[in-house]
Design a protein around this ligand. Structure first.
Ligand SMILES: CCCCCCCCC/C=C/C(=O)SCCNC(=O)CCNC(=O)[C@H](O)C(C)(C)COP(=O)(O)OP(=O)(O)OC[C@H]1O[C@@H](n2cnc3c(N)ncnc32)[C@H](O)[C@@H]1OP(=O)(O)O
Length: 286
């Protein structure tokens, strides 16, 4: 009886923390929606098909994987990419924000905040290999990175498109956009909900480099090598100096931000907008 209980506990811990296993000599750990290879530069691959939407489960697994990497002192940098063909991430999961109750919205938002704070303030070097579409929350993930490499495929777009959904990018999404592309570009792109092609994204500075699709990963690795050559302590202190104020801005009002999100997303008019957007996505399929 006691043994069975202990096994259950272990299994539970195993599924929460992921398994570390040796595969073809490469070290990796995985949970259902995130695969992490820790051999060479660590690579974190989102695999939540069909579109890598950031469901509550996906956010949780992502956050746990990131925490594990942060705790492994041998890992100084991570390349963030996707295993879903043609999609980096479709962003926050619309089904977590539609037709649920306020307690669910609050729980979801708390986890979105948690992942963002961890990613944005990570001591590790984060490089994104953007190998597909990257709207809204997908763009947010990329913006958290220290360097963004995007595949040169005009079908792939990136940007904070919230206004097209009839919703509003939260102030901390906006702050990070402003930090990355400047106030004027952010002001325009946020109001229009612009989804930039790779060439446009490079021009405004949403991404740092655009390369042929088959070179995204090799380029991300060579960028990582360059960044790894910088002493950690000086790079980390510099990163902290650049990002702290933006992160603190959310930290000091996390609860209020959860309340704002919950009451905003619960509004009938907002639910109606999301309903229409989801219908549009369905119709697109024909
Ligand atoms: C005060 C301030 C307070 C704050 C106020 C609130 C702040 C909220 C901030 C929000 C941030 C966000 O990230 S909001 C999310 C924004 N994301 C988007 O707009 C992306 C929408 N998706 C797309 O454009 C496309 O799906 C795209 C990713 C390019 C892939 O196109 P494809 O043709 O390959 O695939 P599709 O056929 O469209 O999609 C496959 C299936 O995935 C579903 N799907 C697609 N995106 C999805 C998503 N984000 N969440 C859930 N499900 C999604 C589709 O409905 C389909 O479902 P089935 O029909 O069932 O198969």
């Amino acid at each position: 009886m006691a043994l069975a209980a202990a096994r259950r506990l272990l299994l539970h811990a195993g599924s929460r923390l992921g398994r570390r296993e040796a595969v073809d000599g490469a070290r990796r750990f995985a949970n259902k929606r995130v695969l992490v290879e820790t051999e060479g530069p660590a690579v974190m691959k989102l695999r939540n098909p069909p579109v890598n939407s950031l469901s509550l489960e996906c956010l949780t697994e992502f956050t746990i994987s990131l925490e594990k990497l942060e705790n492994d002192k041998s890992i100084r940098g991570v390349i963030l990419t996707s295993e879903c063909p043609g999609i980096f991430s479709a962003g926050l999961d619309l089904l977590e924000m539609y037709g649920r109750n306020p307690a669910h919205y609050a729980e979801y938002w708390k986890n979105v905040q948690e992942l963002w704070l961890r990613l944005y303030t990570s001591n590790m070097i984060l490089v994104s290999a953007i190998n597909g579409a990257s709207p809204a929350g997908g763009c947010l993930l990329a913006l958290c990175c220290d360097y963004r490499v995007m595949a040169d495929n005009p079908k792939y777009t990136i940007g904070l498109n919230e206004s097209l959904l009839g919703i509003v990018a939260p102030f901390w999404f906006k702050d990070m956009y402003v930090n990355t592309i400047g106030h004027r570009e952010a002001e325009r792109a946020l109001q229009l909900g612009t989804l930039f092609s790779p060439a446009e994204a490079l021009k405004v500075g949403v991404v740092d480099e655009v390369v042929p699709e088959d070179q995204v990963h090799s380029k991300a690795r060579s960028v990582m090598t360059k960044w790894l050559a910088i002493p950690d302590h000086s790079r980390q202190l510099t990163k902290n100096m650049m990002r702290k104020a933006t992160a603190d801005n959310l930290i000091k009002q996390r609860e209020a931000d959860i309340q704002n999100f919950t009451s905003f997303i619960s509004k009938d008019s907002i639910q109606k907008s999301l309903h229409m957007y989801l219908e549009k996505l369905k119709q697109k399929k024909g």
